[in-house]
Design a protein around this ligand. Structure first.
Ligand code: GAP
Length: 506
């Protein structure tokens, strides 16, 4: 396969050509960082949601669901810290007029230095062959050590300036590192300014009576403000969790890379309420559980890794990301955060309502601590899509694109295809379609050669194609073709369901 950038472009083009993802409002030349999910995209997305919901809510006797409104009382965002602290430092290049996140410019510069070290390691590995000890090389080679020191110094300047909101120092750092705009190549920068990522709008009909409200930047706050409602009405005992899937909105400065970073996206979040002091035990538990969830899809471990946060968010006392090997490299897919009692305490303070749990085991009331698992639905979709996309050279010299989507997530599970459009085959195929449609998404098609129809199903990741031919009319048997190995088997119609259901297990 071509390089990663090419692969990414091909995936984006494929997603559009086969009805997975379209640019939002494309007929008006599109809206930046907003996307629409097409006929197959919506099925894949729903299947991912169901997989998450089942494993979090249905499989845990102590986790329940919620569907909170996107609009929330504006004080919510004051209490959560988003009004004051949900900012990104931004800087504009005066020549290209492009806007960047100042910290991302510095982090990209660090990545370039790291890449130089990796290159030196690669060269040395080639030179020394089997005798090469990477750890020893990294800890003794002077050039590598110098660069590591340089990285440390840059990080320390960046993070302390960010923590203390010293925007001038972030600009000085960009100038000292001689960072140039990737578009214009110039170092003609504006000052660094803070930019709040929340979208706001007005609620109410008259200008005087209207109040400013925000589109939620995370779903989590809907869970926090409903903590008491659910704990009381569900008679929940700690530890317990509340799970939610829903839209979130962020006015991202750098919104690119397809559905990886959007301004409107979907999150699947779960807040797990625990006894203070037990949060790190539960943090470890959920860290492992969440990784298992990813691996259970059938995507190998080598595509995932943990990344520990060096700089913790204002509410966290521990945080790890699960990163996925996207076409543009390892990037954050999910966050697992130990959020302490920050949010519940803040809502208690701002609302004036007591948000506490009476623990009958110790006869005491306390504000619970929270461990959060927060995963982007769209990023999971992109992870599945990028892993699934395969270009294959076939034995007869032809090529096919096959989406090796884990079968239980595939948009369509079975395509029912009459070999020809006559002789009663369409009617028989429709009968089979009707007998399967109750159990899973099926597809019916009678146009074009059977080979072309198989290719189209490969391209959307359908695990099975069922072909109805003249023999079907005689003995009630069909040909069932499997997507990955392209093997075809003649089976009785009554066997189809069993074969497909076996493949859908995970
Ligand atoms: N409640 C915690 C929270 O929102 P986050 O790390 O800001 O934490 C959680 O977001 C997840 O949401 C990320 O790991 C990512 O998968 C997804 N996400 C965040 N911003 C996104 C964006 N602009 N576009 C798509 N997905 C995004």
């Amino acid at each position: 396969m071509a390089n990663n950038e090419d692969k990414f472009k091909k995936i984006i083009a494929h997603a559009k050509e086969y009805g997975f993802v379209f640019q939002s409002s494309e007929i008006y030349d599109g809206l930046a960082a907003a996307y629409d999910y097409g006929q197959y995209g919506v099925e894949l997305k729903n299947n991912i949601k169901n997989y998450w919901w089942k494993s979090m809510v249905q499989f845990h006797e102590n986790i329940v669901g919620l569907d909170a409104a996107i609009f929330m009382h504006p004080t919510t965002w004051k209490a959560s810290g988003h009004v004051d602290a949900f900012n990104d430092p931004m800087i504009d290049n005066k020549d290209s007029k492009k806007r960047y996140r100042a910290d991302v410019l510095v982090e990209d510069h660090i990545a370039k230095i790291e890449a130089k070290n990796d290159k030196d390691v690669e060269k040395a590995a080639k030179r020394f062959g089997d005798a090469f000890d990477e750890a020893q090389f990294r800890s003794t080679n002077q050039r590598i050590l110098d660069r590591e020191k340089e990285i440390e110094d840059i990080k320390s300047r960046l993070y302390s300036a960010m923590d203390e909101n010293r925007l001038d120092d972030i600009k000085n750092l960009i100038e000292d590192l001689e960072i140039a705009c990737p578009i214009s190549g110039s170092r003609n920068w504006t000052d660094v300014r803070q930019f709040n990522l929340m979208f706001s709008t007005e609620m109410g009909s008259t200008a005087e009576g209207a109040s400013k409200i925000y589109l939620r930047p995370e779903t989590a706050q809907g869970i926090f403000v409903n903590y008491l409602n659910i704990q009381k009405t569900g008679r929940m005992k700690i530890p317990f969790g509340i799970a939610q899937i829903g839209k979130a909105f962020r006015n991202e400065i750098v919104a690119r890379q397809f559905i990886f970073r959007m301004r409107e996206f979907e999150q699947m979040e779960m807040q797990f309420f625990v006894k203070p002091g037990e949060e790190l035990k539960w943090f470890d538990y959920w860290k492992n559980e969440r990784m298992k969830w990813h691996l259970n899809m059938g995507i190998p471990q080598s595509e995932y890794r943990f990344h520990e946060h060096e700089k913790l968010a204002h509410y966290a006392n521990a945080a790890f990301d699960i990163e996925f090997n996207f076409p543009m490299g390892f990037k954050e897919l999910e966050g697992i955060h130990s959020r302490t009692d920050f949010d519940l305490n803040a809502h208690q303070q701002y609302s004036g309502k007591k948000i506490q749990y009476f623990d009958p085991e110790i006869n005491e009331s306390y504000v619970p601590y929270v461990v959060e698992t927060s995963i982007g639905l769209d990023r999971t979709f992109l992870a599945v899509l990028s892993y699934a996309y395969n270009e294959e050279q076939l034995e007869d010299g032809s090529e096919r694109v096959v989406m090796r989507i884990p079968p239980f997530l595939a948009p369509i599970k079975a395509a029912v295809l009459p070999l020809v459009k006559k002789d009663g085959l369409p009617e028989k195929a429709m009968e089979i379609f009707d007998s399967l449609k109750n159990d899973y998404m099926c597809f019916y098609e009678e146009k074009d050669s059977i080979g072309k129809r198989y290719r189209r199903q490969d391209a959307i990741g359908t695990p099975y194609c069922i072909t109805v031919d003249h023999q079907t009319l005689e003995d009630n048997s069909v040909t069932i073709r499997e997507r990955d190995r392209m093997q075809q088997e003649r089976v009785g119609i009554e066997k189809i369901n069993e074969i497909i259901n076996n493949r859908l297990k995970h």
